[in-house]
Design a protein around this ligand. Structure first.
Ligand code: CO8
Length: 257
């Protein structure tokens, strides 16, 4: 597939997808979302890719779904297009996905960032669910993932008033993992990916599943899921390599088996 709205690069074991509709602040059109999910899935299938960075520009990660495209859409059009459904696949990837956010992450842009495993943000970043200003509500997980990340009070504030929050507020509330100086957000995002890429892919996959399970289960069921997942890793070559390398005081070389 040839892409017109995104750029895809590889830096060693890190795949980098850049949203690239600068004139409309990376508004998430049907075409962009189709291309994005296709590119992410292709990177996820590549065993050489151990981490994926999803980034926008300095000015905008993404300012939401493409409002021009939706202005005349009916319920049936939206139902048929279902253009944000692909976001739900990211959590089931074997490869971790890190969102690097600078500038606007609004509406579907905020929802896309939240669908990734973690968010690194420039201190210039702003996060918001402003759909209430255009007569609708978040439709791609905003009322659910945002509430789980920041709690009911702040989620209600953002969803009902349309207020955006700063990177600092987002980090303090638990939405963002790290914030950086304005010039450092992309490099820090790639640095997080490079670090992840040195770890055991099998432990990464199971670790992500266990953290995600925390949002879907009771504590007791989640603890049991974690325990069994932990036990399973003791069959992996990577467990033997990791512990042997520690004892031998050398860096491990994980194979993903
Ligand atoms: N869609 C389309 N075009 C956009 C969007 C957008 N979301 N955001 C910005 N643009 C365009 C502007 O129209 C403008 O284009 P032009 O130059 O042709 O006029 C260009 O980008 C630059 O934008 P501004 O001139 O407005 O730049 P400012 O710096 O003045 O303002 C803002 C930046 C504050 C980000 C402003 O552009 C804005 O408010 N944008 C809309 C934000 C918004 O409401 N986002 C939510 C959209 S709805 C949504 O995401 C729902 C997702 C769930 C769908 C689920 C479906 C199943």
């Amino acid at each position: 597939m040839t892409y017109e709205t995104i750029l895809v690069e590889r830096e060693d074991a890190v795949g980098i997808v850049t949203l690239n509709r600068p004139k409309v602040l990376n508004a998430l059109s049907v075409q962009l979302l189709t291309e994005l999910i296709d590119a992410l899935e292709e990177l996820d299938r590549d065993p050489e890719v151990r981490a994926i960075a999803l980034v926008g520009s300095d000015r905008a990660f993404a300012a939401g779904a493409d409002i021009g495209e939706m202005a005349d859409a009916t319920s049936i059009d939206m139902l048929r297009n279902n253009q944000f459904a692909g976001l739900e696949r990211i959590a089931h990837f074997v490869t971790p996905v890190v969102a690097g956010v600078s500038g606007y992450a609004l509406g579907g842009g905020c929802e896309l960032a939240m669908a990734c495993d973690l968010i690194v943000a420039s201190e210039t970043a702003t996060f918001g669910q402003p759909e209430i200003n255009i007569g609708v509500i978040p439709g791609a997980g905003g009322t659910q993932r945002l509430t789980r990340a920041v709690g009911k009070a702040l989620a209600m504030d953002m969803v009902l008033t349309g207020r955006s929050i700063s990177a600092v507020e987002a980090r303090d509330a638990g939405l963002v993992a790290r914030i950086t100086a304005p010039e450092a957000w992309r490099e820090e995002t790639l640095a997080v990916c490079r670090t992840i890429a040195t770890k055991s892919p099998i432990a990464l996959q199971i670790g992500r599943e266990a953290v995600n399970a925390a949002f879907e289960t009771t504590l007791a069921a989640g603890i049991m899921f974690e325990r069994r997942a932990f036990h399973v890793l003791f069959s992996s070559d990577d467990k033997r390599e990791g512990m042997t390398a520690f004892v031998e005081k050398r860096a491990p070389a994980f194979s993903g088996s």
